[in-house]
Ligand binder design. Structure first.
Ligand SMILES: [Zn+2]
Length: 231
């Protein structure tokens, strides 16, 4: 016992429990990010705004009902370090927390009213195994926790592993993603209104590719929610 406590103190000395955005020490109850940084998130509130920028971005590419993002993903802003730690530093608690906060806001609008199922954008199994989890699924779990909407994580699947897209052009990204998703059992999503969930929307080509794969399900409706939007 004594040795464990000493070890804990040593670990804390070298790796203090600090906010991933501002570096200040976290208070009891705070996980990964401090409350002050959470308050500073540049929330979009675009779920209250039909025909918002994201809906304009995706218009004519896939049929959809509504699209919303939680906050603006701006360089040097509050959201990028949160997403970075969620994706690459195993801070799943951050994704869960932001998913719950987003869900709480969405519940105060009509955005979720006809949603049947929450569907996170899947990673290829190889990438998920490497990372240990799917960040979109963690966010979706937070949304599901707070809204009590069921989660579907194994019917929309990624069948082609593709390398990181960071440095590709818009056309190259599209070529890269257009046939990489598949619905395992289209009957499960038939006549359902799905909420597709991802971490950040940039060009929208990944979500477009999911939307195309989902057209295999008769009568399916699609809405989209992402934590961040890049413009
Ligand atoms: Zn902070």
């Amino acid at each position: 016992m004594k040795r464990n406590r000493l070890w804990g103190e040593l670990i804390h000395l070298f790796y203090p429990n600090v906010c991933v955005v501002c570096g200040n020490e976290l208070l009891p109850g705070e996980e990964g990010v401090c409350l002050q940084c959470l308050y500073k998130l540049p929330k979009t509130h675009n779920f209250n705004e039909p025909d918002n920028d994201l809906e304009k971005l995706m218009a004519g590419r896939i049929p959809f009902e509504r699209i919303a993002s939680y906050a603006v993903y701006a360089k040097g802003g509050t959201l990028p370090p949160l997403i970075h730690h969620l994706k690459y530093r195993h801070k799943q608690a951050i994704g869960l927390l932001l998913g719950r906060m987003f869900g709480k806001d969405l519940m105060e609008s009509e955005f979720l009213d006809s949603i049947d199922l929450i569907v996170p954008v899947p990673l290829h199994p190889k990438r998920e195994k490497f990372r240990g989890y799917n960040q979109a699924e963690i966010i979706a779990k937070g949304l599901s926790d707070i809204t009590s909407l069921p989660l579907s994580t194994n019917n929309l699947v990624r069948i082609i592993y593709n390398p990181t897209q960071t440095k590709r052009t818009k056309t190259e990204r599209w070529e890269n993603v257009k046939d990489i998703f598949k619905v395992t059992d289209p009957l499960l999503f038939q006549q359902k209104h799905l909420l597709l969930v991802d971490d950040v929307i940039t060009t929208g080509s990944t979500l477009e590719a999911c939307g195309i794969a989902l057209q295999a399900c008769k009568g399916v409706k699609i809405s989209i929610a992402t934590l961040g939007e890049v413009f």
